[in-house]
Each structure stands twice: as structure tokens, then as C-alpha cells.
Design a protein around this ligand. Structure first.
Ligand SMILES: [Zn+2]
Length: 282
């Protein structure tokens, strides 16, 4: 396709306009199928990098327990819309030094052993997993890519180049997972949906904030050390998110309690120690 200089400029202006309209509406140029293909692509890259993302090869009952007792129980919530479209899967990364979790487009959720070691209740882990599932459900990564890179991708598509190009571009952009650093608004939306999902489970719906409360109480939020750099870069502003979660719990009629001072329902601390903590390498 041959373009004059003038028509290229018109196209570029038109797409810039289209993209700014997209970002304000939270639109996404990726289809669900793209989302799955993109996620599979990144998952392969992760699997090939065992140095950085070593798969947990200890007691297989650890992953089985988290999958059947937490992950799968969240996935059946009515508020989850894409369970038959995306390929929701759980993976445990054996990095005791990393306190983090992340999700890929299309539904693969990764949890680090450092986080499992640090948490102390099933509700807290369910809160984090619900939050990560929400990133996939709400398509935060590709939404952000639409805003940041959409113009260039769309122009190259319209110019009749390789139609698969944007999937390749996307995969390259994910190298190093820099695009999994979510915006504050994406983080906030995931916290909100974590509550929505957990409301339908046996877990206390505010579990997502237990992790932040524990970080706060341990003085880790501003310290930076202990594997928290990656967590804080991908999950900004934990303190404000505690009060926002408390506010949401109140609004939906749930009692507000913290991870140290809880009424007992839906927290499952002993179960966590028995089935998760005790299965991690000492
Ligand atoms: Zn997040």
C-alpha cells in the first residue's frame, strides 16, 4: 500500500485521536483471542527462563491445595466473566526472596513462594489471587498497551504489514514484565473486584488488604528491602489501599477487621499454616 506523505499524516492524526478516545473509555484494541495468544506467548518466555522464574518443584500438594481450595473456588464466582474464554491457571515460582504475584493476559496467575511464606491466612492469599485474576479479567495489561502503543500498532496494521505483528510487538514489550507494572487506577479496580469475587466464596471479602496491613505493621512499606522492590513497583500505594478497602467493606455491609484482629469467619489461619506454610521449604 502506497501512501503519500499527506495521507500518512492524516492517518496518524486520526489514530492519535482514536487512541485518546480509546484510553478515556478504557477501550482495548486486543480481542479475547489475542489476549490468550499473547499470554501463552509470555508464559513460554517465562517457562524458558528458569533462572528468573524457577517453577516450584517441592511438595506437589502445595500447589494442589492452593489450586483446589483457593484458586478454583474464586474462579466459580459469578462475578468472573471470562472463565470459559481465558485459560485460568496457577503457577508457583520458587523464589523465597520475592514477595509478589502477577497475572498474564488470558489468565495465568503466578505466585512467588516468598509471598506464600510471608502471608499467614487463606483469606490473605485469596485476596491477592482475586486481585490478580481481576487484572486478567479486566484486561489491564492490554488496555495499557492500547493507550501506550496502540497508535504505532494500528498504523502498521493499516499499512498492510504482517497482521500478526502486534502480537509480536506485545510479546517483546512483555520481556522483563515491565508492562505488568499496573497503574493506580488498575490496582484500585483489581482491589475492588477482589472483594466482589471473594464475597461469593468462603473467604473474608477484605482479604486483599491483609497483605498490606501486614507489610505496614512489619514496617516494610517504605523500607524497600526484602524483595519488596518488585512488589511496590507493581503494586503502588498499599497504605491508601487499606482504607479504600475498609470503606468498600463498610459500604457493602461487611464488618471491617484486620488480619491481627479478626472475628474468625472466613480467615482460615490454622489451615494456612497446616497446608501452605508447612509445605514450603524451611
Ligand atoms: Zn495488581
Amino acid at each position: 500500500m502506497k501512501l503519500t506523505k499527506y495521507s500518512a499524516v492524516v492517518l496518524s492524526v486520526a489514530f492519535t485521536f482514536f487512541i485518546s478516545a480509546c484510553s478515556s473509555l478504557g477501550m482495548n484494541i486486543f480481542s479475547d483471542a489475542d489476549e490468550v495468544a499473547l499470554g501463552a506467548n509470555v508464559a513460554n518466555e517465562i517457562a524458558a527462563n528458569q533462572q528468573e522464574y524457577p517453577v516450584f518443584r517441592g511438595d506437589p500438594a502445595l500447589k494442589q491445595y492452593i489450586k483446589s481450595q483457593i484458586f478454583d473456588q474464586i474462579l466459580v464466582a459469578n462475578a468472573i466473566k471470562k472463565r470459559s474464554v481465558y485459560q485460568y491457571e496457577l503457577e508457583i515460582i520458587d523464589r523465597p526472596d520475592v514477595l509478589n504475584a502477577f497475572a498474564l493476559p488470558g489468565g495465568k496467575v503466578y505466585v512467588y513462594t516468598g509471598l506464600l511464606k510471608y502471608l499467614d491466612s487463606e483469606a490473605a492469599l485469596a485476596g491477592v489471587i482475586g486481585h490478580e485474576i481481576a487484572h486478567a479479567e479486566r484486561r489491564h495489561a492490554t488496555q495499557r498497551m492500547t493507550t501506550q502503543y496502540g497508535t504505532a500498532m494500528l498504523i502498521s496494521l493499516v499499512l498492510g504489514q504482517n497482521p500478526n505483528q502486534y502480537v509480536e510487538i506485545a510479546a517483546n514489550l512483555f520481556a522483563g514484565l515491565s508492562l505488568l507494572s499496573n497503574s493506580r487506577s488498575a490496582e484500585d479496580e483489581s482491589d475492588k473486584f477482589s472483594i466482589e469475587y471473594l464475597k461469593e466464596t468462603r473467604f473474608y471479602p477484605g482479604g486483599v488488604k491483609f497483605f498490606f496491613e501486614k507489610l505496614r505493621d512489619d514496617g516494610k512499606v517504605s523500607a524497600g528491602g526484602g524483595g519488596l522492590e518488585t512488589f511496590l513497583s507493581t503494586h503502588p500505594d498499599p497504605i491508601a489501599r487499606i482504607s479504600t478497602t475498609d470503606k468498600r467493606l463498610k459500604e457493602t455491609g461487611f464488618s471491617v477487621f484486620s488480619y491481627t484482629n479478626y472475628a474468625g469467619q472466613g480467615v482460615f489461619r490454622n489451615e494456612y499454616v497446616q497446608n501452605i506454610t508447612n509445605r514450603l521449604p524451611k
